[in-house]
Design a protein around this ligand. Sequence first.
Ligand SMILES: [Zn+2]
Length: 334
Amino acid sequence: MALRIRTRIRVKVRSASPSTGAPALPSLEPGTILEALRAVTGESVSGNDRWYELAGSRFVWGGGCEEISDGNDETDPDADRPDRSHMGDDVPPQFETVAGVAHKVQGSRPRGLEGLIVHFDAFRIKAAGNGAEDSDRRSIQMIGAGKSNGFHYLEISRTGKIFLPDGFDWSKWGSHAGKSLCPVTGRTGVSQFYVGAEMNNPGMLFPTADANVLVPWYNSVRNSNGVTIVDGQGRATRQSATDEWYKPAEARQVKTATGNIKPGWYIPYSNDQFEGLTNLCLYLARKFASFSLDKVLGHDEVAPQRKNDPGGALADPDRLMTMADFRAFLKEKL
Ligand SMILES: [Zn+2]
């Protein structure tokens, strides 16, 4: 017998198999009512392996849906005032451990996990040139770079997946923010207190003499200290036509300093990536009594002289948010 289900959150529809690796069809908005053929067991996502099979060999993850009884939903006086837990941003984070890649940790956090620092990793997001995104693989590469450099952080891919180093423990700390000062507590060395969330993103971009080409630092001609060489108009030179570059239409130009945001060209975080960050912050705020959304800070807020991340990369292609905006957004959702 068919089941009626209703999406509690925005859910992806998968083709052919109940798995996050299966091809994605267009997402369903929260509150969509569907007929499912049956409940099936599929890939476990956040500990939940229940999926629903829809007609046409399509599948949705059970964690994003609820079964509803026939006939009652339309007459339910509360149907247009859903409970907060049924609203859109309650998705459990999609964690994925990178097996065999453990980071260096320094010890236990003095008072548990208290907050989170938003970074960008200033690394490649594409396979090559101006081609397709390859952010999961790039994020896994950056987890590996943390191991070789002695740093400790998690990575959020542009697909929304959150990659953790092997043996990750929220209560242990390692370096990610460097010399830093927390504007909330006045404490230095914030890595001890706050987990580092590296968002896969090329970092601040440079214009070039070609108005159609923006380049990241790693594909710019640099001096012997590794600093990008720019002309009098702030333009860099592209190093390789086959390495990563962007079109201005992909990027966001911030012309005026606002809050933590420094002027410049940025690639906005993707919708899925921003959703991943949002869900992670809400998850941590619910999981740990020690965690405060007031201590979700930008690297550019704790090291403003040295750093420009996340700057204008936050939030997503449609919305520019300062870190203060982001904290207010999170508190609204908690
Ligand atoms: Zn950073």
